[in-house]
Structure formats: C-alpha cells, structure tokens
Design a protein around this ligand. Structure first.
Ligand code: ATP
Ligand code: LTN
Length: 332
C-alpha cells in the first residue's frame, strides 16, 4: 500500500459542546487520517476567548473537547492532542505574523464579518486578528495539510499567503500548508435554518445535534427540523433542508445520498425523520458510553494533554528559533 505520510494540524474551539457538523465536517476525517499521517489535534482555547466566555466554563469546555476527541476515536498513542494555550509559541508567532499580514486581508475574512455582526457589542482586536493566530497554529508545526470543514478554507488560504510572504521577506522558513476538505459533510447546515451552517454558537440549540444529546432530545430536534416543500425525499439545489438531512443520514450510514433517496422513495417525511433519528441515536449512544468511561478517569486526560503539550513544544520551539533568527531578533 502506498501511504502519503505528511504532517497535519487542526483545531476546534472549546466554545460549547461539539455537534454533528464538527464530527462529520472535521473529526471523522481526523480519525481516518490518523492512520496514515503524523497528526496534531489542538483545542484552541485562545481562539475561543475572541468571543466572551465564562471563565469557569471555558476550562470545563476545554477538558470536554479533549474527552470528546477520544470518544470520537482519536488515539493518543498515534496523535498529539494538546491545548493551544499550553504552548506559548502560538502567541509569539502570531505577533510576528501580525506584522506580515495586511489589514485588507483580514477585512475580507467572512468569519470575521459574521462574528462581528453576531457580537456587535464586542468587536475586539482579537476577533479581527483571529486568522493570524490560526496561521501561527498551522505554521508552527511545518504543517502540510489542514483537515477542516469548508468554512475554514479561506483562513487556511490566508495562512498560505502569510507563509509565502514571510518566506519572501525573510528567506525560506515556513512550510506552505494546504486545506484538506472532504467533499461530503464539509458543510452540515443548521436544522432550524438550512441556509446557514450548523454552529455551536447558534442562538438556539434546535440548530444542532450535540454529540452529548440524549435519544429523546435527538428525536425531538429532528422532528422540529425544517423541511422543504413537496412530499418526496430528494436532494437538490431547491431542497436545502432535505439535502442536509439526507447527507447526515448517508454519512452516518456510510452510504451515498443517491442510495438514501432510493431507500426513501415512496416514503413520507415522518418515516424519513424517524429513521434518521434512529441512525443518529445508534451513532451517538456508543460514543456517549465511551465518553462516560473517559470522564470517569480525569487523570488520564490530564496525562494526555501534558504529554501532548510536551511533544508539541518540541516542534514549536524549533520553528520559533528559526523564525526569531530570520526576523533578526537578538539571541542571548
Ligand atoms: P462556532 O460556530 O462557535 O464558530 P463551530 O461550530 O463552527 O463553532 P469550530 O470550532 O469553529 O466550530 O469548528 C471546528 C471544526 O468543525 C472546523 O474544522 C470546522 O470547519 C468544522 N465545522 C464546524 N461547523 C461545521 C459544519 N456545520 N459543517 C461541517 N464542518 C463544520
Ligand atoms: N478557526 C478554526 C479553528 C482553528 C483551526 C486552527 C483549525 C483554530 N486554529 C488551525 C485548523 C487549524 C474554526 O473556527 N473552526
């Protein structure tokens, strides 16, 4: 077998509980990639604070994301799992990269525009330079591939531009990364509004299925989920809601949307939604069982995060040494 062995890096913000969009758009791919790649998976707590967080909840959410990484199938023996703020080099490189990034580039970022609208009471400088910190995350590790959902493509492209400019100004230093985006599931839409992505900071929990939702909650959220006009269970440009629900069904059943459409031919919305709910529950229950076992052993997570930070620092510190020298910062 021919393996492409390259270093990959990705991260999730501990802003709330993870949802099916995070799993199908990102983590499911991360689990596959761990077999063939050298992977670092980060919990990006410094990104999370660009939106106000309750301090007592942030630490808890950070631990919870680490637990969910394991429950979803990431293997700490194979991959490096760590918390962004435990590796100080992220903020140091971000500062230097701020000086290589143009205001206009950041003004074009659609996530900034969305978040600035959502949080108009707190449009802070960190929210604006968020993509620079993300570029630092990626570039610190000589990352070649960044497995993310479609919404993050623009940020990874900016990281490429920043790296190219840095190399041009200071000489070949940083590896140019590529986004790794799966075709299906790259953008799971909200259950209450299929024109916007499923998001953990959506105004209502009816927007998403959290990985920790119990069976009853899943059924009730899917029952309420918006559908399109008509009676047939089919996907297509004029059927955004059904396309989304069929995609979730197909991805969890390891089948195609086409096959799912044939399966539901002649059946109504109620039958479809009920089978979809069974599918989601069958996926979530074993995951939640694993989560319970992981939660019962808090020391294990602490050990994994400590070891992860130690391994990450080794790579990050070496990159920073090179970067400092290239930029001309005095060494002592
Ligand atoms: P928020 O909405 O609070 O900004 P989020 O739900 O978008 O958060 P992130 O932490 O920003 O979650 O994203 C983690 C990963 O999950 C990223 O790779 C992102 O691309 C992916 N992702 C997030 N939402 C979706 C979605 N609806 N469909 C597919 N992938 C998604
Ligand atoms: N911005 C990303 C989270 C994130 C990330 C990263 C993803 C921060 N740093 C580095 C990949 C690589 C998001 O909002 N999903």
């Amino acid at each position: 077998m021919c393996y492409v062995y390259m270093r990959i890096f990705s991260g999730i913000q501990p802003t709330n509980i993870l949802h099916l969009g995070n799993y199908l758009g990102a983590i499911q791919n991360w689990v596959r990639l761990q077999e063939t790649h050298e992977a670092l998976y980060c919990i990006v707590d410094l990104h999370a604070i660009t939106v106000r967080q309750k301090p007592e909840e942030l630490a808890q959410n950070t631990r919870r994301v680490a637990e969910l990484y394991l429950a979803c199938g990431l293997d700490p023996e194979r991959v490096t799992i760590f918390v962004q703020s435990h590796v100080r080099e992220h903020t140091e490189l971000a500062w230097i990269l701020n000086t290589v990034t143009k205001m206009g580039e950041l003004e074009r970022m659609t996530q900034f525009k969305d978040k600035a609208t959502q949080h108009s009471e707190n449009i802070n400088a960190g929210l604006f330079t968020y993509p620079v910190l993300m570029a630092a995350d990626i570039l610190l590790y000589g990352t070649e591939g960044v497995p993310v959902g479609d919404d993050q493509k623009q940020h990874v492209e900016l990281a490429r531009n920043i790296a190219e400019r840095f190399n041009k100004w200071f000489g070949e230093t940083l590896v140019i990364p590529k986004p790794l985006i799966q075709e299906e599931g790259a953008r799971i839409m909200g259950l209450d509004d299929p024109t916007k992505k499923m998001s953990k900071s959506a105004p209502t929990p009816n927007n998403y299925i959290a990985l920790t939702d119990d069976a009853e909650t899943v059924r009730s959220k899917l029952k309420r989920a918006v559908t399109d006009s008509g009676t047939e269970i089919v996907s297509g440009a004029t059927k955004p809601a059904l396309t989304n629900l069929l995609t979730i069904y197909a991805l969890l059943r390891n089948t195609t949307v086409k096959a799912a459409e044939s399966h539901f031919e002649g059946k109504g919305y109620a039958a479809f939604k009920s089978e979809l709910a069974d599918t989601v529950v069958d996926f979530l229950m074993p995951l939640q069982e694993r989560l319970k076992k992981i939660e019962a052993n808090p020391k294990t997570i602490e050990k994994i995060l400590k070891k992860g930070a130690k391994d990450a620092v080794k790579i990050a510190a070496a990159t920073m040494e090179k970067v400092r020298e290239r930029v001309g910062l005095l060494a002592i």
